[in-house]
Design a protein around this ligand. Structure first.
Ligand code: SF4
Length: 379
């Protein structure tokens, strides 16, 4: 029995950076979305409850080993100091994950991969209960799920999952506009998004819905913003998180761009789209932009009361001169700026000016293609 390693999937939401990662299923059962490359070419697999339990036991064995090292080193069982050493030179990825999780308190776990809800409810309940019994420091268990799967589950099943300890579901809403969902082959309709989302909210499980800014391209951006706001307002999730469309080789959308079927929106057009989205949200969600791909990562707040504050950030960007907007876009995409206030930092500003001269060739404007590719380096 391997107790010094366990399975790890490729991704988790940014907000789960410090969670223990337990792979409940492998890959994505849908795997057709045009804008997603994560699991392409990989077959979906359910894992048996026994296999998942073995992984949980392996995580516990690693945790116990770190505690033992801490006692021996005179740290009285506190793992922070030991975790730092492991993080600098981990024997494997599982050790790295456990050390990071313990370093940040050891309180949350994230069940991978793309749609854990597809598991039979009694099995998922058993996994969550076992996880919490085996690692009692865990107070929060979260996972990814698809709206369609949530819509098909009975409300009682979701309530049972919540009672077992499932605290939050992260759902890729992406858009609320049906023709765009269809074009992107998302495999879900706006009505199913609403049905699944409402059921999750009703069950008591905290819900985080993800929206892709720019997904409508130049053609559908307006409807994408308006219908997404409409669907989100009907769901009224706890969190709305935005990320910006990135297009990489391996995504079907990459070919759509190459053959001219999909024309990308620029950063400035996406900011206009985000403005329309926020203006039309009528809900009580906490809005977050904590993804590296977002131009204006500082847009964050509680709806409805912070709506004006969030729109003011957009207005501030839009009121800049075109040179300054360009300077900010490049500064964000080369990783020099984090927020609009950074424009006032003369050292950073001149570094960005230097980058623009280097990247543009003519010393004036960096073209959109180059800016997209700079952004895509981050993911
Ligand atoms: S459902 Fe999620 S993980 Fe699966 S293909 Fe679509 S975006 Fe990717």
């Amino acid at each position: 029995m391997m107790l010094d390693s366990f399975e790890l999937g490729p991704i988790r939401p940014p907000s789960e950076a410090y969670s223990l990662l337990i792979r409940a299923t492998k890959n994505c059962p849908w795997n057709r979305c045009k804008f997603c490359h994560i699991y392409k070419g990989k077959k979906f697999e359910l894992r048996s409850v026994e296999e998942i339990k073995q992984d949980i036991l392996a995580a516990k064995a690693i945790q116990d080993k770190l505690k033992e090292i801490s006692w021996k080193a005179g740290y009285g069982g506190r793992v922070e100091e030991v975790a730092v050493t492991i993080l600098n030179n981990p024997p494997n990825e599982a050790y790295f994950n456990v050390a990071l999780w313990l370093y940040y308190g050891g309180t949350s776990a994230f069940l991978q991969d793309a749609n854990t809800l597809i598991m039979r409810t009694p099995e998922l309940v058993e996994v969550i209960k076992f996880l919490k019994q085996t690692l009692p420091s865990i107070t929060q268990v979260t996972s990814y799920g698809r709206s369609k799967t949530a819509a098909k589950k009975k409300l009682e099943e979701l309530i049972e999952l919540h009672k077992a300890g499932l605290s939050r579901l992260h759902i890729g809403l992406e858009s609320g506009y049906d023709p765009l969902l269809e074009y992107m082959d998302k495999g879900v309709t706006a009505a199913e998004h609403i049905k699944g989302g409402r059921k999750i909210v009703e069950s008591g499980i905290s819900l985080c819905e993800y929206v892709v800014l720019g997904l409508g391209g130049k053609k559908m951006w307006r409807e994408h913003a308006l219908e997404t706001a409409n669907v989100l307002s009907q769901i009224d999730p706890d969190f709305i998180r935005v990320r910006t469309l990135t297009i990489k080789q391996g995504m079907p959308l990459y070919d759509e761009v190459k053959n001219g079927n999909f024309v990308r929106a620029t950063d400035e057009e996406i900011v206009e789209e985000e403005k329309l989205l926020i203006e039309n949200l009528d809900c009580h969600s906490y809005f977050v932009s904590d993804h590296i791909t977002n131009l204006l990562q500082e847009i964050e707040g509680q709806l409805p009361q912070d709506k004006e504050k969030m729109l003011a950030t957009i207005a501030r960007f839009q009121s800049l001169s075109s040179e300054e907007r360009h300077n900010f876009r490049v500064g964000r995409r080369v990783g020099i700026y984090n927020q609009l206030d950074d424009l006032d930092n003369s050292r950073k500003h001149s570094l960005v000016g230097h980058a623009i001269r280097r990247l543009s060739g003519d010393g004036k404007q960096v073209d959109d293609e180059t800016i997209y590719s700079l952004m895509e380096r981050f993911i």
